[in-house]
Design a protein around this ligand. Sequence first.
Ligand code: FES
Length: 497
Amino acid sequence: MATDLVTVNLQPLGKTVTVNRGTSLVDVLHEYGVEFPCGGKGICGNCRVKLLRGELKADRNQQERLGKLHLSDEWRLACFCAVDSDVTLEIAQLESIILADNTPFDFCPGNGCGIAIDVGTTTLVAQLLDLQTGAVLDVVTALNPQTRFGSDVISRIQSGLEGNAGAMCRLIREKTGEMIVSLLAGRSVEVSKIVLVGNTAMHHLFGGLDLAPLSFFPFESPSLSAQSFTPDELDWKIPGRPTVTFFPSIGSFVGSDILAGIAATRMTERQEFTVLIDLGTNGEIACGNRDGVLCASTAAGPAFEGASISQGMRAATGAISSVTSGNVGLCCTVIGNTAPRGICGSGLVDAMDVLIEGREIGEFGEILSGEEKLLLQHPVYLSQQDIREFQLAKAAVATGVSILLSHLGITFSQVDQVFIAGGFGNYLRAENLVKTGIVETDASKIVKVGNTALIGAKMFLFEEPGHADQIRRKTSHLNLESDPLFQEIYIEKLQLY
Ligand code: FES
């Protein structure tokens, strides 16, 4: 007997909700902050969802409206739909939480099409490019299906060593293959190259490489080089015979996502010193110029992505993204202009700035009133533990940059620009990065550069592999903990003022 309950899997949120058969999608999506700008008249198309799995009926009226909005068969208008069976949907309005990119860059035209894929620990972005014109033809985003085995690289490596490496390898190959199929659906294009970039754990998991060397001192894997595959080897059912390359890592905890970031920001071509800080799930940093770049990974953890914060969330609808002090307490801005559900990285940095400035938090991070938590906007609080998580993350980044600069023999005053990469940077106020001590320089030097891993991966599509090797040869990896002053500097950087 058919049950009266069905499941709706919402991407890219990665959430599955169970509802009564026949429930309207408006009721389901409203809960997640999705808006219906034309009031459900089928005119604006802003409520569109892509049907990834299952069935969602589109009657003649809806089909006509989809046609007028130039939306293909896989799309539905949520304001017209009810759920009658288990479905997986990609919600267009929530796509912006994964940072795709359309930054222009210089390139030498090639032939056919190419696909660039940023394999993040949390999120995946794939773009299809016309190699003749450089135009981005389509983009697909998804959550990394490995998240069920742990949210950060350390837990992913641990889980791999406990016997789940094969499953994670299969999942990521399947998911990226599906993304490519979806990019190519309805197109007769010839793909000649596919470039993947990601951190070293993602590189090893995708390639089916031994994770053990990433798990113990001195954390030196012998398998950092580029991994090449044929689509058949990956079990990808795609036309043609494109070359598929997962680009090489720089070190055990600095992957090709940072190599791509260095390419995107052209750090190794500049005379001036620049710093690149990627505040994704892992905090990686690079400092240098055309004479050489030093890279390191910090133990920042995922605080800036909201993961280790009790009411933390990614920069999606319902997240407090900015906090200022008003006449009668704190003023919070919530993404999607809806009731707050949590706080994302930029909101956390802003909140810390306001609370430090108002002397509600002491120099060692203690809540001065003695309370256990501080209200931002009902029902969102920052707890004492959240403040500790922020301190650990900010100290890790500040210590890392300080050590790299000292190894280069320079100070921050000699740095021309500080590039902040990653989705976190989107909503961020540069001056609060400075005021909270995450970046110890002038706010005017801070440049938000978006998803540099994806930008660099796209650039690699147009270049000979030798270009990435050149960058790699100019780049060295430093183990921060091996610096004799690490502990001393780290403890100093934990202080908030
Ligand atoms: S809300 Fe405008 S088309 Fe659905």
